[in-house]
Design a protein around this ligand. Structure first.
Ligand code: NAD
Length: 794
């Protein structure tokens, strides 16, 4: 076990420093965030702490206000204290870790490290978040003892959301320090660690910026428009939708240029050095301060009429968005191919091989693959590190070597050779050794440096369902879901519908999985795969039934879902739901029904049914209210109305939590929810939670019933609803939906006269749901959502 890191400091409260401080606070670390004392203070200001700390205060404020949010919840900001490097350096004495994130210049960094050497404790690790400065340069003049506990911790922006953390050790960095920081980065911060070598721009940015500039040079030589390039280099190539130029606008064109120039200056022997040369049109953009989203425009901007305009590399002016129609339509179709390998093959070697899109994609990809291969041994030790860096730092679906495998190793090598691309000798050695791919299906990876395959040490903490499941086939299965034996007495249910939506098959398998788990297992885990945990009920089925006025079918569909959720709640074995990404509507109702939840930190939960003109009816309204009421100690005289109102607002406004932690604040997830920072570990954590519950005396709960506000609550909420309509903040149909929701939450007529039981609550939910399905405006909302994937306000 390494020495824990409890207290940290971040120096430099800019974009990166404030983001790093926020994420440390997310991990429960106490942080001191420092910056310089602003120059040009008046004499009076120089005497006040408020003015002297102005930079760090505004850094913290920026992090609090940032969107997407840097903090999991606003409480987290309380863990960040502020200070400045003139008055507060002494406070660094009790820190276990100090991260430097100041201006990217060698002199200020050197002098800061000199001061830190005199201040921090002998066990304190000091790290730099530099993007590209050499460790040897930064450490000039430092003692050996300082150099032993110094390393680069290179975070990616935005820190909370980007999984990649590159660690780079210097020649003197102690292996223990590297391990200590690796464990901290993985376990406390949930990061994916790539250990790079001390070379300019390290791993991700070296490959990423090379690829970006190679793409831009090729665009100019091939006569393509930026829009064409973005159509090709996004989803069709397995890269994010923001592709090349929208990504550059997001990151900042100055940052891109800065990284490229650093490569150009410090890599005199790079065989592809000319790729890092900045094209003249980008220089013009920099001169005109067209730096991207943070400025008034970048490669794209919003024109006066709100339409997107493109910076034309030839005329050097903005023009209306254009691009080649054929390229666009080919790429759109390809983007729909679900399997990324199939998509890439189709683009490069399949039906599109001869098209402009296919030819361009190949040129870009082949250059990146060859360049990456030539970098193994220079920037990182192996292909896995480069693949991980590109997946975690650039959100590529596949890293370069995985892409190469997906295209077919031999076929790609042959075509690269025909094109005259230079491949390193290691690739020839690999062929001579008989390898036909970098990764094998049996868990081996080809080590290009040693010229042989080696076993890839699999991390048991990130085992996927495919790894954990036992036996050749699922224990239970239908068209919508499967349940697998996960070993250790745990059954794992996983949805298989599109976007994991809930349909009658899923509903049936929830119930039968509970039955089976009670009989043959000691716990059940609901663990889905794909981008999101579950986006709610299958709206298509609801809309069809509503359109055909099949009220009885709708009622039985809803009561089936209610029964399944209640089955989970009262199961004789613990049921653990493992949400991540979006857990909306029915997806959250599954979590509300489960005995316990192990959520990914990045879980966005909410009951958003009003967006499609409905109210939750899988027990969601009841369970959310019950959870809120359960917090009131027995005998306390608390007005249930205040609590009902809050639950009402959360559902009526379709409030979605921006993290698992916020989900807990909103009451969507219980106070004892387990939170997994690295989503790759979610299944293993959920299984451990299920076993933990099974082994610690878990018993099913008893049904509860509450006295609710009844008619008086309904009329008070009705006044609130009316005021919102009068103020133009809600439409009359919003009011109809909200009124039905209020009826459920207040326990219906007579809700205050007696304790309202769960069966009664479920009936109220059901009737509200079915009656809203009969409203033409609700049907319009459902249709609109199905067509446009966004809510209609009518
Ligand atoms: P920034 O300009 O937003 O912030 C730098 C902050 O450091 C400013 O608040 C400045 O007042 C402060 N500062 C300057 N000199 C200081 C000193 N001597 N002592 C204390 N504070 C000082 O820059 P940034 O984008 O946050 O980058 C910070 C570091 O992180 C740089 O080394 C950069 O290369 C690296 N980095 C940036 C990114 C990115 O995407 N922006 C990503 C990874 C790493």
């Amino acid at each position: 076990m390494s020495i824990p890191i409890r207290r940290a400091a971040v120096i430099g409260a800019g974009v990166m420093g404030s983001g790093i401080a926020a994420h440390l606070a997310n991990a429960g670390i106490e942080v001191l965030l420092m910056d310089i004392v602003p120059p040009n203070l008046s004499d009076a200001e120089r005497a006040t702490a408020a003015a002297r700390n102005r930079f760090s205060v505004s850094g913290l404020e920026r992090a609090v206000a940032s969107r997407p949010a840097a903090f999991f919840s606003k409480d987290r900001a309380r863990l960040v204290k502020i200070g400045n490097v003139e008055d507060d350096l002494e406070k660094l004495r009790d820190r276990d870790l100090v991260i430097e994130a100041i201006i990217e210049q060698i002199q200020p960094k050197r002098s800061l490290f000199e001061r830190l050497e005199r201040t921090v404790s002998p066990d304190c690790v000091v790290a730099s978040n530099t993007s590209g400065l050499r460790i040897a340069d930064m450490m000039a003049g430092r003692s050996e003892s300082f150099r032993r506990r110094f390393l680069v911790m290179h975070f990616f922006n935005p820190v909370r959301y980007m999984k990649l953390l590159e660690l780079v050790a210097g020649p003197d960095t102690s292996p223990d320090v590297l391990e200590r920081v690796r464990a901290f980065g993985e376990n406390a911060l949930g990061k994916g660690i790539v250990v790079g070598r001390d070379t300019p721009n390290f791993v991700g940015n070296r490959i990423g910026v090379h690829g970006m500039l190679a793409t831009i040079h090729l665009m100019l030589s091939e006569g393509l428009a930026p829009e064409d390039v973005d159509a090709i280099t996004g989803e069709p190539m397995g890269h994010p939708k923001s592709a090349s130029f929208r990504t550059a606008d997001l990151v900042g064109i100055d940052t891109l240029v800065h990284v490229a120039e650093n490569c150009l200056d410090s890599l005199p022997n790079d065989e592809d050095r000319q790729v890092f040369e900045i094209p003249a049109f980008i220089r013009t953009m920099i001169e005109r301060k067209l730096l991207g989203d943070k400025a008034k425009g970048g490669f794209y901007r919003k024109g006066r009429d709100g339409a997107i305009e493109t910076f034309d590399p030839t005329s050097l002016e903005y023009r209306a968005r254009g691009g080649d129609k054929e390229i666009r339509s080919v790429c759109k179709k390809l983007g729909e191919v679900e399997d990324v390998g199939a998509r890439l093959r189709e683009l490069v070697f399949g039906s599109q091989a001869g098209s402009r899109a296919g030819a361009f994609a190949w040129k870009v990809l082949s250059r990146t693959l060859a360049y990456s291969a030539r970098r193994v041994g220079e920037i990182a030790d192996d292909v896995v590190s480069i693949d991980d860096a590109m997946k975690w730092g650039y959100n590529w679906e596949l890293g370069p070597f995985e892409t190469w495998d997906a295209l077919g190793f031999e076929a790609a090598v042959a075509r690269m050779k025909t094109d005259g691309l230079v491949l390193p000798p290691s690739i020839e050695r690999m062929r001579a050794a008989g390898a036909t791919s970098f990764y094998s299906a049996t868990g081996e990876v080809f080590d290009l440096l040693r010229g042989e395959s080696r076993r890839r040490a699999a991390d048991p903490r990130t085992a996927s369902l495919t790894v954990l499941r036992r036996g050749p086939s699922p224990v239970l299965k239908n068209d919508g879901a499967e349940a697998w034996d996960l070993g250790d007495g745990v059954l794992g249910l996983t949805f298989k519908t599109k976007a994991n939506s809930i349909d009658p098959d899923v509903i049936e398998l929830i119930a039968s999985s509970v039955d089976r788990a009670e009989r043959d297992f000691r716990a059940l885990v609901v663990a889905n795969r794909g981008e999101h945990f579950c986006v709610g009920a299958n709206l298509f089925l609801v809309a069809i039934a509503a359109g055909q006025q099949q009220w009885q079918e709708l009622r039985s569909m809803v009561s089936g879902f209610q029964r399944s959720c209640q089955r989970m709640k009262y199961a004789r074995v613990p049921v653990v739901a493992a949400p991540y990404g979006m857990a909306l509507g029915g997806g959250l109702e599954v979590c509300l029904g489960a005995s316990s939840v192990q959520a990914a930190a990045e879980t966005y939960a909410g009951l958003v049914e009003v967006g499609v003109g409905l109210v939750p009816a899988g027990g969601g309204v009841m369970n959310l209210l019950w959870r809120a009421l359960a917090g009131i100690p027995e005998g306390a005289h608390v007005d249930a109305y205040a609590i009902v109102t809050q639950v009402f607002k959360n559902i009526a406004l379709a409030r979605v939590a921006t993290s698992a932690e916020e989900g807990m604040r909103f009451g969507y997830l219980g106070p004892e929810t387990g939170v997994t920072f690295d989503r790759a570990r979610l299944l293993v954590d959920a299984k451990a939670r299920a076993i933990g519950l099974a082994e610690s005396g878990w018993h099913p709960p008893a049904p509860r019933a509450y006295v609710l506000p009844g008619e008086s609550g309904m009329s008070t909420l009705a006044m609130m609803i009316r005021a919102l309509v009068d103020a133009g903040q809600a439409s009359p149909h919003d009011a109809t939906i909200a009124t039905r929701l209020a009826e459920v939450l207040c326990g219906g007529v007579g809700g205050s006269a007696r304790e309202v039981t769960e069966d009664e609550m479920l009936e109220l939910e059901r009737e509200a749901f079915v009656s809203l399905c009969g409203e033409p405006k609700t049907q319009e909302r459902m249709q609109f959502m199905l067509m446009n994937n966004k809510p209609l306000r009518n």
